[in-house]
Write a protein that binds this ligand. Sequence first.
Ligand code: HPA
Length: 271
Amino acid sequence: MLAQIKSTAEFIKAETSNFAPEVGIILGTGLGGLVKEIEIKYELPYDKIPNFPVSTVEGHSGRLIFGILGGKNVVAMQGRFHYYEGYDMKQVTFPVRVLKYLDIKRLFVSNASGGVNPNFEIGDLMIINDHINFFPEHPLRGRNDNQLGTRFPDMSDAYNREYIDKAHAIGKELGYKLQEGVYAGVSGPTFETPAEYKFFFIAGSDAVGMSTVPEVIVARHMKIPVFAISIITDLGVPGKIVEVTHEEVQQVAAKAEEKMTKIMTKLIAEL
Ligand code: HPA
């Protein structure tokens, strides 16, 4: 795998005149609007990048964007690879491996999720401070390459505390209400049954979604510090559960994305 990662990174460097991103950003469902704030220098569609899987889901256009955001060089993944699309976990997380070999120093991740904490409201932003991995396949299962990371990676500080504290300070400054909590990662593609939402809450999570956990595990395997934020697009809370559609998830995410974009941009600028 390392040879593939390196050759993909070399391809990208050649295509972008060795543009050196300091921050990697993974944009979730309906959150591609952050791209409008990036002073774009280069764009690479995923289908032009050797060894990259090709994104299929509606609302995910699928390209790497290189440019400047908050005064820093960034590379943004517009569109990610989800396990429910049929990719295996090595494919889902391959781009994060490549970002490491483009030499990013931190990874920012966004997603949409269903809130199971009864204090949450639709449209809330939740800073992720921990996760529970409910995916049926682990991205690090199989032979470990010690050049990428250790066999048994520590997960005690998967979500960087300094970044979380800074994000809260920025939220305060901007007058935004910010939630903080635990994200449960599930395979999807079904949304949860009421009993499942209840289970995830009792199990210790505040929100549940179909991404992020694999990418964060792989980032931490390679010791990349992570900041992640989730938009609560629907509620899995007793008495508040209604039918959910992907379109509604996208609409709520689109409404909340301006706030998310501001927080991300300011945080990138300040780190
Ligand atoms: N469950 C799982 N994934 C999601 C949800 C949800 O309720 N909302 C957005 N992504």
